[in-house]
Design a protein around this ligand. Structure first.
Ligand code: BG6
Length: 486
């Protein structure tokens, strides 16, 4: 809650892309909606030599290019008056002393502060150490919160040591680890669909569900991030965080309350119930692939074996999900940008109506996370003027129809607002991040020993044939239904 004190948001990495494309447009939109504290200031910090004026101009340029909403110039000018810039290094004590003095000067005697790490991950530890050394993290008069962008570590060991290191200077309560997927309205709506309705939950288990599919497909390739991406790959970039987070929301038990730790306890419980993959199972249960032409992308090693696509089959060992596989896939340079969760139900236990192959199309509930956000139910109906021909029909909810086209704010808006109000529900806790890494480690180790062939897929396709085979071995197929029924 707003304690009425002046609030400063310090952004490390302020000259970078994230600040210009996401953070400042989101903060500006919060300002337009009257949701920022009465007295606030945004201080950019970075290596680039900007004056305050140059910093504002750089952000204004970004606003014109990236803001997903209409705004008036006078609104921007009023907001921009609260923007300031401090040039400094991320490893230099003297620069951090200067920052501390600069911040204190504006606050006079008290104030809240958010420190946002929008830098490459290599400098997180040094920034936090230096903030600690210059006494910027003690909550004397006003709170101190630190937002940490992903990637949080590169495997379990590095995530654990990063946690240990930041816990030397910060309480877990002060740490907001970002996974921007949790800021998406449609992702939060998974919980609302499940726990604010009675119709879904009774069916939400192994008795009725055949399998769950989570797809996060991207149309873009690695763009200008070739060098970074090549050192990371799809499992670290998308699975350890976004896809596993989606899985936890689909699979978790109802939390005791809508409160950060109650929610996160349930998410950790799901992650801890996922059966860890044994080295000898990796080739059978995962597919790693690279798009043709990836090695020629700028910044990418011409002999790179970094995967840009993965498909993974996971099992959850608990009462609700025993025997229900969760198939996860994600990749770059695919046919379309599409994020969706498909809940495929079992076929009816008895076939009353004659069908050609003695089977019936199973029901599906599809949560469309982006684009065309919404929820679709697919069920069978009788074709008119036939005795008993069946056809699938679709019952659809589209956010745009129900709430208007511009109703969905950017994920960062939600996450920044929650940081300001101190609600950590949509941020990942230390044990959650580590448990997720623990699930990825065996796959990463097997893949990095190159014992499993690297499949290749055509840009603009839906991924490699090997991913279809992964499901075909279980007698299943990826959901290719796009809501348009022939
Ligand atoms: C980021 C990844 O976390 O998520 C990117 O680093 C990816 O590689 C992006 O493109 C996808 O996010 P969204 O919101 O566009 O689905």
């Amino acid at each position: 809650m707003d304690n009425g004190l002046p609030t400063t948001i310090v952004i490390f990495g302020a000259s970078g892309d994230l600040t210009q494309r996401k953070l400042v447009p989101s903060l500006f939109n919060l300002y337009r909606k009257g949701r920022l504290p009465k007295q606030f200031r945004i201080v950019g910090y970075g290596n680039t030599a900007f004056t305050d004026e140059q910093f504002r101009a750089h952000l204004e340029e970004g606003m014109k290019q990236f803001a997903p909403f209409e705004y008036k110039d006078e609104e921007w000018q009023a907001f921009a008056a609260n923007l300031a810039y401090q040039q400094g290094r991320y490893t230099d004590l003297a620069d951090f002393k200067k920052l501390a003095a600069f911040l204190k000067d504006w606050e006079i005697s008290s104030g809240n502060r958010i420190y946002y790490m929008a830098t490459p991950p290599g400098v997180f530890p040094s920034i936090i150490d230096l903030l600690g050394l210059t006494d910027q993290l003690t909550e004397y008069n006003g709170w101190r919160r630190v937002v940490i962008e992903k990637p949080f570590g590169t495997d379990l060991a590095s995530a654990h040591s990063l946690n240990q290191q930041i816990h030397k200077t910060l309480n877990e309560k002060q740490i907001y680890r970002i996974d921007h997927y949790l800021g998406k309205e449609t992702v939060q709506n998974i919980l609302v669909a499940r726990f604010a309705n009675t119709i879904f939950e009774p069916l939400w288990n192994r008795n009725y569900i055949d399998h769950v599919e989570i797809t996060v497909a991207e149309k873009v390739g690695v763009e200008h991030r070739g060098r970074f991406y090549d050192s990371v790959g799809v499992l670290r970039d998308m699975f350890q965080n976004h896809l596993l987070q989606l899985l936890t929301l689909v699979a978790m038990e109802p939390p005791a309350s809508f409160e950060a730790n109650a929610l996160r306890n349930e998410k950790v419980k799901v992650l801890s119930s996922i059966r860890p993959m044994k080295a000898e199972e990796v080739a059978q249960k995962t597919v790693r692939a690279q798009y043709a032409g990836y090695r020629q992308e700028s910044g990418v090693n011409p002999e790179s074996t970094t995967p840009t696509y993965a498909a993974v089959k996971l099992q959850i060992d608990n009462w609700r999900w025993q025997g229900v596989p969760f198939y996860l896939r994600s990749g770059k340079n695919l046919k379309e940008k599409l994020s969706q969760v498909t809940i495929q139900f079992k076929e009816p236990p008895h076939l009353l109506f004659p069908t050609k192959d003695g089977r019936i199309t199973p029901n599906m509930l599809i949560l469309y996370l982006q684009p065309d956000e919404g929820i679709h139910w697919r069920f069978e109906a009788k074709v008119p003027d036939t005795v008993s021909d069946l056809r699938s029909v679709d019952m659809e909810f589209h956010y745009a129809d129900s709430f208007g086209k511009t109703a969905i704010p950017d994920a960062y808006e939600r996450l920044l607002l929650d940081t300001l109000t101190g609600d950590a529900s949509l941020f990942t806790r230390a044990d959650e991040v580590e448990t997720a890494w623990g699930l990825m480690d065996p796959i990463l180790e097997a893949w990095e020993s190159n014992s499993q062939p690297l499949a290749v897929y055509e840009p603009g396709s839906w991924g490699p044939a090997e991913a279809d085979e992964l499901l075909a071995r279980d007698g299943r197929k990826w959901n290719t239904w796009d809501g348009r029924i022939e």
